[in-house]
Design a protein around this ligand. Sequence first.
Ligand code: SF4
Length: 168
Amino acid sequence: MSNNKLKFGVSACLLGFKYRYDGTADKWQELIDKLKDVADFVPVCPEVESGLPVPRPKMHIRPSSKGTRLVVADTGEDLTDMMMQWAEVKLEQLELRQLDGFIFHSKSPCCGFCTTKLRTPQGRILSDKASGLFAAAFHRKFPQIPIGDERDLDAFLKKIKIMTEEEE
Ligand code: SF4
């Protein structure tokens, strides 16, 4: 039966993996209950898979002349290049998985899609509709793949329905 299922990438912490910066998960039972019969999940955690430890310091995204940067909030250490090198390889691997959609954790500096706070080095919020580094890279590479987040699964499912109807 699983052959007929869709395949969704999902931020791993939403599936219960304890990968967040503070060592917790943010298991989203509604997501699992709503989608498990129609889709197989491909868990992805940019921060842990790129080699960052658990727990780890909090990170932010900041604007710069070189584009959005991923930095450690307290020290300003710039992790952008490390994250993007990992993302390039990961996105090629995901291409082979032929995902039908991706549900990202909202507001995260790596996973948020149009929901993440962009801050100045002093912490001032410039926007709360920016995208985390990995979610933005995913969308650049796969602009046709529907993206959603845990806060609005119905909107995500609507995009999936439109996509599957168009393919029929
Ligand atoms: S990087 Fe993404 S998957 Fe990993 S803990 Fe943060 S929000 Fe969850």
